[in-house]
Design a protein around this ligand. Structure first.
Ligand code: PLP
Length: 393
């Protein structure tokens, strides 16, 4: 018989997309479903961004562009790094891709050899381990606890490093936990990483703008500028500007690595959508008030969701620093109720019994917790949490 590759057999479909699909199917069959599984803002893409794209179509900007992105979008990205992050890059250090997801995919294929190790702190974005597996490398997961606010310590990092380690992935604020590392914490991790110049650090700053506190955003390069030559910054417009469907992400890092990632992209998808690139440029160069308005709504919902979840017996939710996710622990519920074998069984029960779709924490390497996306209206959130409360009491 014709067989599939070991490569594809080593990975699973994205569990978050699977939950979203399952909820949509149940909804289509007439069930009253509240989907809190999706990882995207509920707002429309801001008007000035849409208008820029419409103009691009009318101007006939509908052909191939440079594989690595248009010069003017790269200019906007370079200006953004300078303005928001105090980081300086040349055009040959920037690669624009079809979403942040493709940026990481290019990175894994360009960097990792068979048997190489990539260190990924849990809970993690669902795609990191599988993309490392596609590259035939080995994900090395560092476990964290809710008591430690789901953050790794320098000791844990040091202990996970071997001579096979090629990549360390940091994601702050984090999907799914919502927690962000402080500058001091990043400094301490940077002290470890500085001693391993053959390890590449990937900082995924996708949720940079969705922060609730007064502290400004920081990444490992702000904490440890000496790591510049061994760090790649991943970012994109999906979450900040409510542009998930436009598929624009970007990466900035050493020219040799960006060049190799560009080569991978040139033999897979070529340039990202020309029209979406114009839209992304308008987003980065335009008025940033639209971001602040969305963050304000997320902040209010976050406060409501964390308080309401903590009022449910057996549920324990730490406040997040940012993103639009809460990551409550249901350990006590699972441990005290034999009918729930694990978080997957509990998520299934909640979906069928209450119609609320959450993503089980095991999808993110943190079984016993659940990811709840609050990228939906306050009314819907109130309804969802009262349904969960009723079903569990
Ligand atoms: N990185 C993180 C942490 C994410 O949560 C996501 C989306 O869920 C991405 C990257 C990729 O986003 P996109 O491919 O839409 O740019």
């Amino acid at each position: 018989d014709v067989q599939l590759s070991d490569r594809v057999n080593s990975i699973k479909p994205s569990p978050t997309l699977a939950v979203t699909k399952r909820a949509a199917e149940l909804k289509a069959s007439g069930k009253n479903i509240i989907g809190l599984g999706a990882g995207e803002p509920d707002f429309d893409t801001p008007e000035h961004i849409k208008q820029a794209a419409i103009k691009a179509i009318n101007d006939g900007f509908t052909k191939y562009t440079a594989v690595d992105g248009t010069p003017s979008l790269k200019k906007a990205i370079i200006a953004k790094f300078n303005r928001d992050n105090g980081l300086n890059y040349e055009p040959n250090q920037i690669l624009v891709s079809s979403g942040g997801k493709q940026s990481f995919f290019n990175l894994a294929l360009a960097l990792l050899n068979s048997g190489d190790e990539a260190i990924i702190p849990a809970p993690y974005w669902v795609s990191y381990p599988d993309m490392v597996l596609i590259a035939d490398a080995k994900p090395v997961i560092i476990e964290t606890t809710q008591a430690a606010r789901f953050k790794i310590t320098p000791e844990q990092l040091e202990n996970a490093i071997t001579e096979k380690t090629r990549l360390v992935v940091l994601n702050s604020p984090s999907n799914p936990s919502g927690v962000a590392y402080t500058l001091e914490e990043l400094k301490a991790l940077g002290e470890v990483l500085k001693r391993y110049p053959n390890i590449l650090v990937a900082t995924d700053d996708m949720y940079e703008h969705i922060l609730f506190g007064d502290e400004p955003f920081c990444n490992i390069l702000n904490a440890c500028p000496e790591l510049y030559d061994q760090t790649i910054v991943l970012n994109g417009v999906s979450k900040a500007y409510s542009m998930t469907g436009w598929r624009i992400g970007y990466a900035a890092g050493p020219a040799w690595l960006i060049g190799a990632m560009t080569k991978v992209q040139s033999q897979s998808t070529s340039n990202p959508c020309s029209i979406a690139q114009v839209a992304a440029e308008a987003a980065l160069n335009g008025d940033q008030n639209c971001v602040a308005e969305m963050v304000k709504a997320f902040k209010a919902r976050h406060e409501f969701v964390v308080n309401a979840l903590n009022e449910i017996e057996g549920v324990d939710c730490i406040p997040a620093d940012g993103t639009f996710y809460a990551f409550p622990s249901f350990h006590k519920v699972i441990d005290s109720r034999p009918e729930f074998a694990d978080d997957i069984a509990l998520a299934e029960y909640l979906l069928l019994e209450t119609g609320v779709a959450l993503v089980p924490g095991s999808a993110f390497g943190a079984p016993g917790n659940m990811r709840l996306s609050f990228a939906t209206s306050m009314d819907i959130l109130e309804d969802a949490i009262s349904r969960i409360k009723k079903a569990l009491s």
